[in-house]
Design a protein around this ligand. Structure first.
Ligand SMILES: [Mg+2]
Length: 307
């Protein structure tokens, strides 16, 4: 099996202070999975942060930070809290098992290992994890266009707002609306309207490709582009790129009074976030600028002169 196939079958972090246990588990799992290991709790958390494993096999009893402390630290971190943990321990009393499960472990394996049992439990936890990831992905994505949905945007803009406030960096948004979209639907039908939303959102996505950029469907034919760490000048560059890309699509729009093809209007807004404030005013400003773009002829963007 190739390295990429192994990664697809799940990345597992094995944590144990005894090297021989790591070797046994590595041997048991390496044919099907990518296996990482750590010899203590601190190292385990560091690797979990850096490598985002799909599953952690965690020794309960270790010098220094023990397994229970590691689980508590994982559960306290938004980025790590969803990684499932199987406790692996020589302790086998029911109260040990209960304590592990109450701490947040999803399963419990006793030493000495039965390799077949370990493999089967790992496989079943990875399947559950994969399903949970898929559900989470679906709940954050707009079904038609595949871009982020509004709830995902609301969560992300709050997090990016705080991040930019701490770092002293600007944050920008572009509110985007497809011009005369109701007329498009009336003229071409709703199925074509859906296709238009898909094509236009894909084109817009090509215009903002930094990892922190997020395009979200905000309502029917309304989208919002979040540009963390981007100032007013860079935001105008992105807006011009979007106008270009959508022009290049050249989607016919016979019912439009603005142009013979599909166009859009945009409102831009940029701010230096403060910890004491929130993104609402920024989004209102972008919305007001979008309204001005509509009033002054569409197929353009407007930007606040005072921002
Ligand atoms: Mg140990």
């Amino acid at each position: 099996m190739s390295w990429t196939d192994l990664a697809r079958n799940g990345r597992i972090l094995v944590v144990d202070d005894a090297m021989e246990n790591i070797q046994i588990l590595h041997h048991a799992l390496r044919e099907e999975h990518e296996v990482l290991f750590a010899l203590d709790g601190e190292q385990a958390l560091q690797i979990a942060r850096d490598q985002q494993p799909d599953l952690i096999l965690l020794d309960a009893v270790m010098p220094g930070m023990d397994g229970y402390a590691v689980v508590a630290a994982l559960r306290g971190s938004p980025r790590l809290q969803d990684i499932p943990v199987i406790f692996v321990t020589a302790l086998s009393r029911p109260e040990d098992e209960t304590r592990a499960l109450e701490a947040g472990a999803v399963d419990f394996i006793s030493k000495p290992f039965n390799v077949a049992v370990v493999r089967a439990r790992v496989r079943s936890q990875l399947t559950i994890k994969r399903q949970a990831d898929a559900m989470r992905e679906l709940s954050m994505t707009d079904g038609l266009t595949g871009v982020a949905n509004r709830r995902n945007f609301n969560d992300t803009v709050d997090a990016e707002w705080r991040r930019c406030a701490r770092a002293g960096l600007p944050l920008s948004v572009i509110m985007i609306d497809i011009d005369h979209f109701k007329l498009y639907n009336d003229h071409y039908g709703h199925q074509a309207g859906d296709g238009c939303l898909q094509d236009v959102s894909a084109a817009m996505k090509r215009c903002a490709t930094r990892p922190q950029d997020m395009l979200a469907r905000y309502g029917g034919e309304e989208f919002i582009l979040l540009l963390p760490q981007e100032g007013a000048d860079g935001t105008e560059v992105v807006a011009n790129r979007i106008l270009d890309e959508v022009r290049k699509l050249a989607l016919p729009h016979a019912a439009s009074v603005t142009a013979p093809h599909v166009t859009l209007s945009m409102g831009l807004a940029t701010v230096m976030p403060q910890d004491s404030s929130d993104p609402h005013a920024l989004i209102r400003t972008a919305d007001a600028n979008l309204y001005r773009a509509k009033q002054t002829g569409r197929n353009r963007y407007c930007i606040s002169l005072d921002s």
